[in-house]
Ligand binder design. Structure first.
Ligand code: FAD
Length: 446
């Protein structure tokens, strides 16, 4: 049994939360999208939340956890989907949100502390005429460190690739969890040692992310008579000739979750949500027309705000799931990567096979230089057995499933243990205290 009062007495001056209701709140993320995780992670709560304001406080927390051999789970905005920051073994939750300084904005690069809200970094970059290359639709709540430690890609990926792509994140400084914590700087390809490691191998302090010249994106909705038409148009729109920041297709049955869009997404039409550079809008509209589509909306974000309409990015990626769950909690979701070349007939067969059990939603993005089709369809929840029956049916069609109903790195997206990350964990977290249980590459704690 840990004497928490004695532990906290070693950390005077550091903001601490021990109130049960607040602990419960700070021990959760968006894992509840998955009824499987909702069941498995029930009751997993930390013992104390510590919110350091500077590096010295992070160092004191890391050293104390190492001395006391306590589990340490880092938490940013808590918007992950797989219980990434749920402390499976309790212990200390280190919340990064007070480490929120933008340290420098230079041409093509921002240096930021881990706990900066992504929207705040974007705002600061825009003051300098620049913009982040990609962000999750949760940018108002999510931190930049949490995105790098837990995320994969996002709005902007059709233009700039996934987070893992070269040059998107160029430097990460981490602190080790040892009695005498050290700081390690990782550059270029070495950042992969901590990217998407779910905070299991070092506390990210600050990082460098690439910036591009800012564009006033136009949020466009194009409507089609069939989902296959919407997909055919989207495949054709995956060309460097169109400057896009987002390209999402959702099938017509999503309209009931987007009533706020009114006639811009009526019943009976399949929709494409996009963010397009102003000089690409005319070509985008022409291409849509060639595929039988028509433009139903074309506004900037301030214009959308003024009309109380959703921005395109809140109709995309995992925000689609959120919009559905706000209306009807009977749904869950899948995360898929389609084989290349993308076969629209395969999607049609899947939709015919699954009928009203599955609402289709695709995201088009670049990964490792090539355009790829990903999907985050909604799946009607019935049981775990049925969920995995559907997953196996997709896998049998060579569709890669990033399972969002598991909490380890490997069972979800990565599929195999990343030995370079485990090697780095031996250096950065030799006692295996960080976010225990989240990687299959480290033996369970005794
Ligand atoms: P948290 O949830 O707080 O943490 C995520 C992981 O990072 C945890 O394992 C945590 O321990 C670790 N971590 C956090 N900070 C540090 C640190 N300083 N050092 C070490 N480890 C750390 N993800 C995408 O990739 N793309 C999307 O488009 C996307 N859209 C989303 C939409 C919705 C509606 C929701 C609910 C989620 C979405 N996500 C998406 C998942 C999630 O929002 C993002 O990954 C987000 O960037 C996580 O940031 P966060 O600050 O909330 O991280």
């Amino acid at each position: 049994m840990t004497d928490w009062s004695a532990f906290l007495a070693e950390l005077p001056g550091i903001a601490a939360i021990t109130h049960p209701a607040q602990l419960k709140l700070k021990s959760r993320d968006f894992f509840w999208y998955s009824p499987v995780l909702a069941e498995q992670l029930k009751g997993k709560v930390g013992d104390v939340v510590l919110t350091p304001r500077n590096e010295d406080e992070v160092r004191r927390i890391a050293a104390a956890c190492a001395r006391w051999k306590l589990p340490l789970t880092v938490r940013g905005g808590g918007t992950g989907n797989y219980g990434q920051c749920v402390p499976l073994e309790g212990g200390v939750i280190l919340e990064t949100t007070a480490l929120d300084r933008v340290l420098a904005i230079e041409p093509g690069r921002a240096r930021v502390q881990t706990g900066c809200k992504i929207a705040a970094v974007e705002e600061e970059a825009r003051r300098h005429g620049q913009s982040l290359l990609m962000w999750p639709s949760t940018k108002r709540l999510a931190t930049i460190g949490g995105f790098i430690a837990g995320g994969f890609s996002g709005i902007g990926s059709i233009r700039h690739g996934i987070l893992k792509d070269k040059g998107n994140v160029t430097r990460i400084r981490v602190m080790t969890v040892e009695e005498h914590p050290r700081i390690i700087e990782l550059l270029d390809a070495d950042i992969q040692k901590v990217h998407h490691a779910f905070g299991t191998n070092g506390i990210i302090l600050d990082l460098d992310v690439a910036l591009a010249p800012a564009v006033e994106w136009r949020h466009v909705i194009a409507l089609f008579d069939s989902y296959a038409d919407a997909l055919r148009f989207s495949v054709a729109a995956c060309t460097p000739a169109l400057d896009l920041f987002l390209l999402t297709t959702v099938d017509r049955r999503f309209a009931r979750f987007y009533r706020a869009l009114g006639e811009h997404f009526p019943d009976g039409k399949d929709a494409v949500f996009a963010m397009a550079a102003p000089e690409s809008c005319a070509d985008f509209a022409m291409l849509a027309a060639r595929h039988g589509g028509r433009i139903a909306l074309d506004l900037t974000e301030p214009e959308l705000d003024a009309r109380h309409l959703l921005p395109a990015y809140e109709c995309a990626y995992n925000h689609t799931t959120l919009q559905a769950l706000k209306v009807d909690r009977g749904w869950t979701y899948l995360q898929l990567a389609y084989p290349d070349p993308f076969d629209i007939a395969l999607v049609e067969r899947q939709m015919a096979r699954l009928g009203d059990e599955l609402y289709m939603h695709h995201e088009f993005a670049k990964a490792y230089g090539d355009y790829r089709a990903f999907a985050l369809p909604l799946l009607k929840w019935s049981s775990r057995d049925r969920l995995y029956e559907v997953i196996r049916s997709f896998e049998a069609e060579d569709v890669l499933v990033f399972d969002p109903h598991v909490y380890t790195i490997e069972e979800g997206g990565m599929k195999e243990i990343d030995q370079a990350q485990i090697e780095f964990k031996r250096i950065a977290d030799p006692q295996g205290l960080m976010n225990p249980g989240k990687t299959l590459g480290w033996p369970p704690r005794k």
